[in-house]
Design a protein around this ligand. Structure first.
Ligand code: ADP
Ligand code: MG
Length: 711
C-alpha cells in the first residue's frame, strides 16, 4: 500500500467512511493528523495493592482470582453482576450494574487485574465498574507487566479505542514517510545544551520516527520521556527561531543613528540628577549605552517594580540622544503622567539649552500647532506626550522612543513613529513584572533589562487586611498620619452616582468614589481637605486636582485607579483601598507603589465589599505578605494557572501542541539560547542545520510575527 502523510485515513485498511467521519470531528483526516495527534496524558496503572493498602475513593489496582459470581435481576432490564475477587491479602467485591454481558467473560476462577476507586461498604471493599483486564497466567505472577496507556483528548461519540486504532494504523503505514527536520548534528547540539542545563535528558535527542512511535505506544517511562523531550524541544525551538528572526528584523536589519557615550558625556549627564544612580540603574544604563552606540536600533524593555527608578534611566537615554543632536520622545499612558514627566525633565534641564515640549489633549489648537511646528523644525529636543498624540507627528530627527508603563498599551502593540529617515532606538518600560516564561515568548524578540534594587532610604510599605469592624480604627490611623503632615489616597473601584453609569442594584454593594468622598468629608476626615479624582472628569480639572495634591494643598485624594499609573507624590504615605476584591493583583501592587516612594514608610489598608473579610481571599493574603512585585506576579501567574491572560491563550502566538510553557520552562530557556546562536550563525536559515526547520518556522509563525513571506 502506498501511503504518504497526506493520505486520507479512509484509505487505510479497515477505515470506512463512518469511522473516518467520526474521527474528523477531532480534526483527524490524514495520516499526518493522526501521527501528530498527541495524547493528553498517560495512565500508568497503579501497582497492585493489598487489601490493607486500599483507601476510600483512591484509584488502585487489585489482582486476584474470581471466587464467586452472581447475576441477579430484580426488575426486567435491571441487573447486578456481583463477583468476589480474592488474593492472599483478602477479598474485594466487584460490581457491574445493567451489564449482564460481563457474566460471559468474567467467570469463575479467572485471574484478573481490576483498576478503580474502591468504596468501603460494610466490611468489604467494593469496586463498581472498574477497568478489568483478564490475565492469562497472572496467578503465578503477582506483578504483571504494567503498560503505559496513552489518553487522547476526545469529543463525544469518539472513543479512546477509535483514536488508538487510527494512530496505530498511521504508525504502521505512514511512519516511514515522516521527514526528519532536525538533522543528527542539530539534535546532538541540542542534547548537549539540554544536558548542560540539568534538564532530565538522555544522551541525544531521539529521531522523529522513534519519538512518534514512543509517544503513541510507550514502551517504558524513560523512553517516553525522551520521546516527549524531542517533540517538546522541536516545538519550542521552532517558536524561538521565529522570535529570533523577528528580533533581527527589528534590529540588525534596520539602520539607526549610533549614539556614542564618552565618559565625559556620562559625567555631564549624571551631574544633572539630584541623586546618584543606584548600582542597578548604572548597570541598566550601561546596557542601554551599549545598545545605542550601534548602527541598528535598540529594542529593549526595562522592567522594574514600582518605585525602582525607571524614569531616571529613561532620562539618561534621552539626554544621550540630545547630546548626539537628535530628538527623543517619551510617551506616557495618561496626561497626568505626561505632565509629571514634563515637569521633571524641565527641572532637570533647567539652565541648559535643551528644549522640552509637551503634547497632550488639553492643549489649545494653536498651542498644539506651535508645538508640532517646533518638533518638525527641530527646535524641541525632548518631547513628552500621551500615546495617541505623539502618533502622527513628523519629527525632524528622532533617535529614541521611550514608552512608559508599556503594560497599559497592550502586549504586542508597537509604536511606529516617523522621523528623520532612520529607525529610532526603542525603550519600553513596565512596572508589571513579566513572568519568565512570558518574557521568553511574547517578549522573546525584545532584550530585557531588570531593575531589582530600589533606591536606598526606602522604608517600604506595610499592608493591612482589615474587616469592616476595623474601619473606624483605620480612619483614626489615617487621621494621625494626616496630622503629622502626610497626605492620603483613598481608592474605590467605581465612580458611582454620575448618572451615566449603568444602574444595577447589585452595584450598591460596591464602594464608589463619590459616595466615599461625601462620607469622608462629612464624618471621619471632616477636618481635612478632601478632593475627588476620576476618569470622568475633564482633563484640566483632573490636572488641577493632581497639581493641588502634589503641592500639598489637598490632603486626601479620593479616586479611582486613575492614580494607579506612575504618580509620584512623596509626601503621600497612607492609602486606603476599598473593594479590593475588584482589583487584580498587579493593579493592587501598582496602587500600593504610590505610597512606597518617600522616606516615611507607607501604609495600605485593604477592605473588601459586602462586609466580608479580606482574609478569605487568597490573592489578598498574598498581597499582604509579599512586597516584592516580581514574586507577586509569579504567584499570581501560578494561582491563575493555565490559560491566564499573559500565559498561553492570549499570547498572540499560535497554540502549542505538546509543549507547556509553565511546565517546560527549562527546555524553553535552552531552546531560546540555541535559537539565538543558530540565527546568528545562519540568519536566513538556509544552511544544513536549519533549512528543513525553516519551513515550519514560517508556516506557524510567519503571519503572526510579520516575518514576511519567508521568500
Ligand atoms: P518608577 O520605576 O516606578 O517609574 P520612578 O522613576 O518614578 O519609579 O522613581 C521613584 C522615585 O525614586 C522618584 O521620586 C525618583 O526621584 C526616586 N529615585 C530614582 N532613582 C533614585 C536614586 N538613585 N536615588 C534616590 N532616589 C531615586
Ligand atoms: Mg514610572
Amino acid at each position: 500500500m502506498n501511503v504518504s502523510l497526506s493520505t486520507d485515513i479512509r484509505e487505510l485498511p479497515n477505515y470506512g467512511p463512518a469511522k473516518a467521519n467520526r474521527l474528523s470531528r477531532l480534526g483527524l483526516r490524514t495520516v499526518r493528523d493522526a501521527l501528530f495527534f498527541f495524547p493528553r496524558e498517560y495512565q500508568e496503572p497503579p501497582p497492585p495493592a493489598r487489601i490493607a493498602d486500599l483507601k476510600q475513593g483512591q484509584r488502585a489496582a487489585f489482582v486476584g482470582r474470581i471466587t464467586d459470581v452472581s447475576l441477579s435481576s430484580s426488575t426486567p432490564g435491571k441487573s447486578v453482576y456481583a463477583t468476589v475477587v480474592e488474593n492472599e491479602s483478602g477479598a474485594v467485591r466487584m460490581l457491574f450494574f445493567n451489564q449482564p454481558f460481563r457474566a460471559d467473560s468474567l467467570t469463575m476462577d479467572k485471574t484478573i487485574r481490576l483498576i478503580g476507586s474502591p468504596k468501603l461498604t460494610g466490611l468489604r471493599w467494593e469496586f463498581a465498574h472498574p477497568e478489568v483486564e483478564i490475565l492469562e497466567d497472572g496467578l503465578h505472577d503477582p506483578n504483571p507487566p504494567a503498560t503505559i496507556v496513552p489518553v487522547y483528548p476526545l469529543v463525544e461519540t469518539v472513543k479512546q479505542a477509535d483514536v488508538r486504532g487510527v494512530v496505530a494504523a498511521a504508525i504502521e503505514h505512514g511512519l516511514e514517510s515522516v521527514l526528519e527536520v532536525m538533522p543528527e548534528e542539530l539534535r546532538e547540539r541540542a542534547a548537549g545544551c539540554l544536558n548542560g542545563n540539568h534538564v532530565e535528558a538522555g544522551q541525544a535527542l531521539v529521531g522523529i520516527c522513534a519519538a512518534l512511535r514512543e509517544i503513541h505506544q510507550p514502551t517504558a517511562s524513560e523512553c517516553l520521556a525522551a520521546a516527549r523531550l524531542r517533540l517538546i524541544f522541536q516545538e519550542l525551538l521552532v517558536m524561538q527561531l521565529a522570535l529570533a528572526t523577528r528580533r533581527r528584523s527589528l534590529t540588525t536589519d534596520l539602520e539607526a543613528t549610533p549614539l556614542e557615550c564618552s565618559s565625559r558625556l556620562r559625567q555631564r549627564i549624571l551631574r544633572r540628577f539630584p541623586f546618584a544612580l543606584t548600582d542597578d540603574q548604572t548597570r541598566v544604563v550601561d546596557e542601554i549605552v551599549a545598545d545605542m552606540r550601534r548602527q541598528f536600533p535598540m529594542n529593549r524593555m526595562l522592567q522594574g517594580d514600582v518605585g525602582s527608578g525607571k524614569t531616571a534611566v529613561a532620562f539618561f537615554a534621552m539626554l544621550l540622544a540630545v547630546a548626539g543632536k537628535q530628538q527623543a520622545a517619551l510617551m506616557a499612558p495618561t496626561e497626568v503622567l505626561a505632565r509629571q514627566h514634563f515637569h521633571h525633565l524641565q527641572r532637570l534641564m533647567d539652565g541648559s539649552r535643551v528644549r522640552v515640549g509637551l503634547l497632550c489633549g488639553s492643549l489649545t489648537t494653536s498651542e498644539r500647532r506651535q508645538t508640532l511646528r517646533e518638533i518638525e523644525s527641530g527646535d524641541l529636543d525632548l518631547i513628552i506626550g500621551t500615546h495617541a498624540l505623539v502618533y502622527d507627528v513628523a519629527f525632524r530627527s528622532l533617535a529614541l522612543v521611550v514608552v512608559d508603563e508599556q503594560h497599559r498599551f497592550g502586549v504586542r502593540q508597537r509604536v511606529q513613529l516617523r522621523g528623520g529617515g532612520k529607525a529610532p532606538h526603542y525603550l519600553v518600560m513596565s512596572a508589571t513584572p513579566i513572568p519568565r516564561t512570558v518574557a521568553m515568548t511574547q517578549f522573546g524578540d525584545v532584550a530585557l533589562s531588570v531593575l531589582r534594587e530600589k533606591p536606598a532610604g526606602r522604608i517600604g510599605v506595610k499592608t493591612y487586611l482589615a474587616d469592616d469592624a476595623w474601619k473606624s480604627r483605620w480612619w483614626g490611623f489615617v487621621r494621625e498620619r494626616l496630622s503629622e503632615g502626610r497626605q492620603a489616597y483613598v481608592v474605590a473601584p467605581r465612580v458611582g452616582e454620575l448618572g451615566f453609569e449603568a444602574r444595577d442594584d447589585d452595584e450598591d454593594d460596591i464602594a464608589s468614589v463619590t459616595q466615599t468622598y461625601r462620607e469622608l468629608k462629612e464624618t471621619q476626615l471632616s477636618d481635612y481637605r478632601v478632593e475627588l479624582l476620576h476618569g470622568g472628569m475633564a482633563p484640566e480639572d483632573k490636572q488641577s486636582v493632581m497639581d493641588a495634591f502634589a503641592e500639598g494643598e489637598i490632603e486626601v485624594l479620593v479616586s479611582t485607579t486613575v492614580i494607579e499609573v506612575g504618580i509620584d507624590v512623596a509626601n503621600a504615605t497612607v492609602m486606603t483601598i476599598l473593594g479590593a476584591n475588584r482589583f487584580g493583583l498587579a493593579q493592587l501592587h501598582q496602587l500600593r507603589g504610590r505610597v512606597a516612594r518617600g522616606s516615611h514608610g507607607g501604609h495600605v489598608g485593604v477592605f473588601v465589599d459586602g462586609g466580608k473579610s479580606p482574609r478569605d481571599d487568597e490573592r489578598l493574603v498574598r498581597f499582604e505578605t509579599t512586597e516584592d512585585g516580581f514574586a507577586l506576579a509569579e504567584a499570581d501567574y501560578q494561582m491563575r494557572g493555565p490559560g491566564d491572560l499573559l500565559g498561553r491563550r492570549q499570547s498572540g502566538l499560535p497554540p502549542l501542541l505538546i509543549a507547556d510553557l509553565q511546565r517546560d520552562q527549562e527546555v524553553l530557556g535552552v531552546a531560546r539560547e540555541l535559537a539565538h546562536e543558530l540565527i546568528e550563525e545562519d540568519p536566513d536559515m538556509s544552511g544544513p542545520l536549519l533549512s528543513l526547520l525553516r519551513d515550519q518556522v514560517f508556516r506557524r509563525y510567519g503571519t503572526r510575527l510579520e516575518l514576511g513571506d519567508g521568500a
